[in-house]
Design a protein around this ligand. Structure first.
Ligand SMILES: NC(=O)c1ccc[n+]([C@@H]2O[C@H](COP(=O)([O-])OP(=O)(O)OC[C@H]3O[C@@H](n4cnc5c(N)ncnc54)[C@H](OP(=O)(O)O)[C@@H]3O)[C@@H](O)[C@H]2O)c1
Length: 241
């Protein structure tokens, strides 16, 4: 049996991936703040789920991952799914800080701990859920898109590092477009190409199995990514806020 860690497993994509991993016979250690949601996952799989209530926007993610690894024994897959987005029309620093504490600093701690652990272990697989938003700015949720750019760029740096070290450490950057989860804050009907959660998580699980470097979910979001790369900013600003 293989062991995996999922940070941000209490709802949405993290919960969906956790269920996919259980279907694929993994033993999992899961964390997020809402303990009761994590226990719902454990209820149907008491022997294969370890629960760790935790706020990843604090500075103690290294202790969390370390105790998860100790309890599981050995881990070859770590997935960071925790994330928030805040609409910040007034451009208030404290709102940006809240986003950055989780999407930048929390991610950063989990990524460095995971990479160093896999380096000592001789290999492993780290997966982060960034976003297509990593590829363009956003005037309404400036820190969200910027934090996702940090994640995507950081993961590419780790891929270069793994290559130089000649170690089988795999880094997968999952870039969803829109997926039907709580993060859409009830705006599903105003958006386009919103993927059902189960379809998105099935595609993410397939991408994890094939150790993809960058995975667009659903695949058609690669078209938007190409447009973002091709079009000049004075055209893009007409379509993006
Ligand atoms: N859904 C989309 O359209 C979409 C598109 C692109 C990227 N993404 C990314 O996908 C990831 C998962 O989001 P989702 O769509 O599945 O939304 P979600 O259902 O709101 O899930 C967010 C997860 O993050 C956890 N989280 C939030 N604050 C936390 C904190 N302080 N400490 C630890 N965990 C925390 C939540 O758990 P608790 O609240 O219990 O702590 C929850 O498990 C995010 O990084 C998001 O940016 C989503």
């Amino acid at each position: 049996m293989k062991n995996a860690i999922i940070i941000g497993a209490s709802s949405g994509i993290g919960k969906g991936i956790s269920l996919e991993l259980l279907k694929n016979r993994y033993k999992i250690a899961i964390s997020a703040r809402r303990e009761e949601r994590l226990n719902e996952i454990k209820k149907n799989n008491p022997d294969n789920v370890l629960v760790y209530p935790f706020d990843s926007s604090t500075e103690k993610n290294d202790k969390l991952i370390s105790s998860m690894i100790n309890d599981l024994g050995d881990v070859d897959l770590i997935i960071y799914c925790s994330g928030i987005g805040i609409i910040n029309k007034e451009l208030e620093y404290l709102k940006d800080k809240k986003v950055n504490n989780l999407n930048v600093m929390g991610f950063n701690q989990v990524a460095t701990y995971s990479f160093n652990y896999f380096q000592k272990r001789g290999g492993g697989h780290f997966v982060n859920i960034s976003s297509v938003a990593s590829e363009i700015g956003n005037g309404l949720a400036t820190s969200y898109n910027a934090s996702k750019a940090f994640q995507a760029n950081y993961l590419q740096g780790l891929r270069f590092k793994a290559f130089k070290l000649k170690l089988p450490i795999f880094l997968t950057d999952v870039r969803p477009g829109f997926v039907d989860t709580d993060i859409l804050m009830g705006n599903k009907d105003k958006l386009f190409w919103v993927a059902p959660l189960d379809k998105a998580c099935y595609q993410i699980m397939s991408g994890i199995k094939s150790k993809k470097k960058i995975l667009y979910v659903t695949k058609r979001w690669k078209i938007i990514s190409l447009l973002i790369k091709l079009l000049p900013e004075n055209i893009l600003r007409l379509f993006f806020r």
